[in-house]
Unconditional design. Structure first.
Length: 66
């Protein structure tokens, strides 16, 4: 089954962004709990968000291959 339906693509992207956001929020909380300053925690949060989103989209792209 080809996953080219617009509704499926939007849903998959929304789930990937939401999952990445949750992981980034957890990374921010862990960094603050560790005692890091807010700018450092935000940097870790951003890096984690980008990494999580890249990983989710790579998995989704791999699932679409025949």
């Amino acid at each position: 089954m080809k996953h080219t339906f617009p509704a499926f693509l939007l849903l998959a992207l929304a789930v990937a962004v939401l999952f990445s956001f949750v992981v980034a929020a957890i990374a921010f909380a862990l960094a603050r709990w560790e005692g890091a300053a807010v700018p450092t925690a935000l940097r870790r949060c951003g890096i984690t968000f980008a990494t999580g989103l890249t990983l989710c989209l790579a998995v989704l792209a791999a699932l679409d291959r025949p």
